[in-house]
Design a protein around this ligand. Structure first.
Ligand SMILES: C[S@@+](CC[C@H](N)C(=O)[O-])C[C@H]1O[C@@H](n2cnc3c(N)ncnc32)[C@H](O)[C@@H]1O
Length: 253
C-alpha cells in the first residue's frame, strides 16, 4: 500500500491491536525476510529507503517498494515515539501464541530453545532474541512478568522475533527436553556436548536461576570465568552457550 492517506488510516486501525511496531529499516527488512505479515509500512523518505534496500537488502526490495508509503516527516514523527534515523516504520502482526507453542514443543527438535528465567532488562531480552535468530535456535521462552514482545524488546531484536518462536510461559509449562541451566556454580560447559533438543536456561540479571527452574534442571553448567569475576551479562552468557552448542553438537555427515 503506497497511498499515504490509506497508509495513515491503516496505521490508526492496526496500532495498539495485535500488531507490534517495527522501528527502522533493518527491523522491517528482517521481518519481511522471515515472513511477517506487515499490514502497513511508512517512511518519511521513500527514495532513501529504497536506495538502502538496493544497497543492503535487494532480496526484499520489491516487497518494500510495494509496501512503503511516503507520509512526510511530520506525519512519520507523529506515529513513532523516537523517530529512527532511517525514517522507516511498520506494523507487523504478532504471531498467534498457539502457533509459537506448537513450534516450541515440536519434536524432534533441530536446535535448542533458550529459556530466560525471570529476565528484567528489556534490552537483554531483545539481544537474546537476535542471537537466537542468528544461531537458528528453535525459540526463546521467558518466565516471569517481562513481555518478550514489548516494543523495546522488539526494537532490541531488530525485527528478528519473526525468525524464531518467542513466548512467555511458566516453568511448569516449559516444552519437553533436557534442561541445561547455566550457572557460575555448575560444571565446566567445555566438558559437555549440548544436544539439539536442549532447553538452555539462564537466570535473571539480579538473582540468577529461580528455585523452580533449578528444580526442573537436569544439568548445571558454568561458562569459563576467572576467579574474582562474579558473573557475565545475561545476553553474553546466551551468546557463549549457543556458540558452544553450534561448535560441539554432532552433525550428520
Ligand atoms: C548476570 S547473571 C546473574 C548474576 C546473579 N547475581 C546470580 O546470582 O547468579 C545472569 C545469568 O547469566 C548466566 N551466567 C552469567 N555468568 C555465568 C557463568 N560464568 N557461567 C554460567 N552462567 C553464567 C546465568 O544463567 C546467570 O543466572
Amino acid at each position: 500500500m503506497t497511498d499515504p492517506a490509506a497508509a495513515l488510516a491503516a496505521w490508526r486501525r492496526h496500532a495498539g491491536g495485535a500488531c507490534v511496531l517495527l522501528d527502522g529499516f533493518h527491523a522491517l527488512k528482517h521481518a519481511l525476510r522471515f515472513g511477517a505479515e506487515v499490514p502497513v509500512a511508512v517512511t518519511a523518505d521513500r527514495r532513501a529507503a529504497l536506495a538502502l534496500a538496493d544497497e543492503l537488502a535487494p532480496d526484499v526490495r520489491d516487497a518494500l517498494d510495494a509496501a512503503l508509503a511516503e507520509v512526510g516527516p511530520a506525519a512519520y514523527a507523529g506515529l513513532v515515539p523516537r523517530p529512527h534515523p532511517t525514517a522507516v516504520a511498520a506494523l507487523a502482526v504478532r504471531p498467534a501464541r498457539a502457533a509459537a507453542l506448537r513450534r516450541l514443543a515440536e519434536l524432534p527438535r533441530r536446535a535448542p530453545v533458550v529459556v530466560l528465567d525471570q529476565p528484567r532488562n528489556l534490552g537483554n531480552a531483545g539481544a537474546v532474541i537476535r542471537l537466537a535468530a542468528g544461531f537458528g535456535a528453535t525459540g526463546v521462552v521467558t518466565t516471569g512478568p517481562l513481555d518478550p514482545w514489548h516494543p523495546t524488546v522488539v526494537r532490541g531484536g531488530a525485527g528478528l522475533h519473526f525468525a524464531t518462536a518467542v513466548e512467555r510461559l511458566d516453568v511448569a509449562e516449559l516444552p519437553p527436553g533436557p534442561v541445561y541451566a547455566l550457572d557460575p556454580e555448575g560444571a565446566d560447559i567445555r566438558g559437555t556436548e549440548l544436544p539439539d533438543d536442549a532447553l538452555l536456561a539462564f537466570g535473571s540479571e539480579r538473582s540468577g536461576l529461580s528455585a523452580e527452574l533449578r528444580a526442573r534442571a537436569d544439568h548445571l553448567l558454568a561458562l569459563p570465568m576467572r576467579p574474582q569475576v562474579s558473573s557475565y551479562n545475561l545476553a553474553t552468557s546466551v551468546a557463549m552457550a549457543l556458540y558452544h552448542w553450534s561448535a560441539t553438537a554432532p552433525r550428520p555427515s
